[in-house]
Design a protein around this ligand. Structure first.
Ligand code: NAD
Length: 247
């Protein structure tokens, strides 16, 4: 299937590795021009080189910390008018909910909610003017079912989910869509960091394995396609069937 997005400009966050990188790779495969964001310039250079070699499209890069206002301004200066926006950053830390500090809560809100909210707000008017826009947020299966010990994720992801549910419907008539991708256990460095929590999750996946990042990347590319214009405000689990619900 030709997704008809060749030549579009995409801003992909948290793209030096893992799920963000997989989304970038899938979009580059569709001929999309990329700006990749992550905190480490060295890791971004490696990611950009890999994408340039495999797809023939060399991405731009912006080294920035999305958890800070300054970092977000840097990102918007580097790519002020994307046609496609993929919001993503590292997941919040795990631990006993009684020991979570105010600072940890604020960092999680900045990283996993306000970063996406600010980039969406900055990007939508250009998308509306062009009558085309695709926004995909990488959130988590914790939106559908809590994971014990990941209370920062369980809570802050829902702020973004609620925000998207409202905003997506306000801009849908302009062919600008916003959807969320909800990964279950997918084999990235983040998953390794979760140790035993990750192993226990993988053991319960009906598909019998952890996911591959490119499986989420492919879903992202589809949601960014011209053909996905009638899909908005949705939350798509990419979890091998782990969250067991009828609808
Ligand atoms: P990862 O840690 O492997 O990669 C995260 C990427 O984001 C890296 O490129 C990193 O440099 C970048 N990043 C992290 N914090 C940043 C910041 N403050 N500013 C800019 N860039 C930043 O993680 P991943 O596995 O690819 O996961 C991506 C997101 O999906 C995370 O929020 C994670 O919690 C969520 N998630 C992942 C899984 C999984 O199984 N992999 C499951 C559920 C949810």
């Amino acid at each position: 299937m030709n997704f008809n997005i060749a030549g579009k400009q995409a801003l992909v966050c948290g793209a030096s590795r893992g799920l963000g990188f997989a989304c970038a790779e899938a979009l580059a495969g569709e001929g999309v021009s990329l700006t990749l964001v992550a905190r480490s310039g060295a890791a971004l250079d490696i990611a950009a080189k890999h994408i340039a070699e495999t797809t023939g499209h060399a991405p731009k890069t912006v080294e920035a910390d999305l958890s800070t206002e300054k970092g977000r301004q840097r990102v918007l200066s580097g790519c002020p008018t994307p046609d496609i926006l993929v919001t993503n950053a590292g997941g919040p830390s795990s631990g006993d909910f009684r020991k979570l500090t105010h600072t940890q809560w604020l960092t999680a809100l900045e990283t996993n909610f306000l970063a996406a909210e600010e980039l969406i707000k900055a990007a939508v008017d250009h998308m509306i003017n062009k009558s085309f826009g695709r926004i995909v947020n990488i959130t988590s299966m914790t939106v559908r079912t809590p994971i014990q010990g990941l209370d920062l994720s369980n809570a802050t992801r829902l702020a973004l989910t609620g925000y998207v549910a409202g905003v997506a419907r306000q801009i849908a008539k302009h062919n600008v869509t916003i959807n969320n991708l909800l990964p279950g256990p997918i084999a990235t460095e983040r998953l390794l960091e979760l140790g035993q929590t990750a192993e226990q999750l993988i053991a319960r996946v009906p598909a019998g394995r952890a996911g591959h990042p490119r499986e989420l990347g492919a879903a992202c590319a589809f949601l960014c396609s011209e053909q996905a214009g009638f899909i908005t405000g949705q939350n798509l689990l990419v979890d091998g069937g782990l969250c067991s619900f009828t609808v």
